[in-house]
Design a protein around this ligand. Structure first.
Ligand SMILES: [Zn+2]
Length: 280
């Protein structure tokens, strides 16, 4: 099973600033009006769309040709040392995935967990076990959404690209969310050249095949970082994020899917990237 995308869509993390405060359906219409074709529903503090309010969102996305995704809760830790917290985390992913699917979203991304001073080798099986449980539940519920652990911005957070690719190879309905700004910040400045971007895309293609490149879900924004990784997001022009070479590599590999912009000026930077990409 795979998601079909006919192109690379650019979108906003949440309702565009130009429509802030409006209902989600109006936010989606604004995305289209701006010339973008993607939006991430931000369920980061709570799943803020009720089950009986999902159909206007679904309809708006269809009518405006906007690809939806969702960002799950910030309060997820599948590798917690406390069982209760693991269970609550699994429920949070499933809850977001359920509402997102009803809205027509194809993917649900989240930060999967923390190493909590353990080695990556110790934590991987813990995350794998939880993800297995999540995928089994999605199947029970006939929910076809893809759950996507995100590449994280800090060394303390679980989620290196290779770990997430491995997880995606082992489980159906799991694919990476590649946050290029996080990868760059986590390494305190690496992963920002044409060659390094090619390396990332090559890993995706080797690990997940053409399918991996045809249904990408990515985050790109300006980012401030230091020795401990990510500090906060920035506007692209005020950051060192080499988005131009990155977009060239998207083109080079024929990648399709969705690029969500999380810069503070969300739609402006999303449009900046789209316009640059369209001219390539
Ligand atoms: Zn995120």
């Amino acid at each position: 099973m795979a998601i079909k995308y006919d192109k690379l869509n650019f979108g906003t993390a949440g309702i565009p600033i130009a429509a802030r405060g409006s209902p989600t359906a109006e936010g989606i219409a604004k995305v289209n009006e701006l010339g973008l074709s993607g939006m991430e529903l931000e369920f980061v503090h709570s799943v803020n769309i009720k089950e009986d309010k999902t159909s206007p969102v679904f309809e708006a996305a269809k009518k405006n040709n906007v690809e939806l995704t969702c960002h799950g809760s910030y309060y997820i830790n599948l590798s917690s040392l406390e069982k209760d917290k693991i269970h609550a985390s699994i429920d949070r992913v499933l809850n977001a995935a359920k509402i997102a699917n009803m809205c027509g979203a194809k993917s649900c991304v989240f930060h999967a967990g923390y190493y909590m001073k353990r080695s990556p080798k110790e934590v991987y099986p813990v995350i794998l076990k939880c993800m297995k449980e999540i995928v089994a539940k999605l199947k029970d519920e006939n929910n076809p959404i893809f759950v996507r652990p995100e590449t994280t911005g800090k060394g303390t957070q679980w989620g290196e690209l290779d770990e997430i690719i491995k997880l995606s190879q082992e489980l159906e309905q799991v694919m990476p969310c590649i946050d290029f700004s996080h990868i760059h910040a986590r390494s305190n400045g690496k992963w920002n050249t044409l060659e390094e971007f090619r390396d990332i895309f090559t890993r995706v293609e080797k690990g997940l095949g053409k399918k991996g490149l045809q249904m990408m879900h990515c985050h790109i924004s300006g980012i401030a970082y230091g020795e401990k990784g990510e500090k906060h997001h920035l506007i692209l022009k005020e950051s060192d994020m080499n988005y131009k070479d990155l977009l060239k590599v998207f083109k080079e590999f024929g990648a399709k899917g969705i690029v969500i912009c999380e810069s503070p000026n969300i739609e402006e930077d999303a449009l900046l990237m789209k316009r640059f990409y369209d001219k390539l």
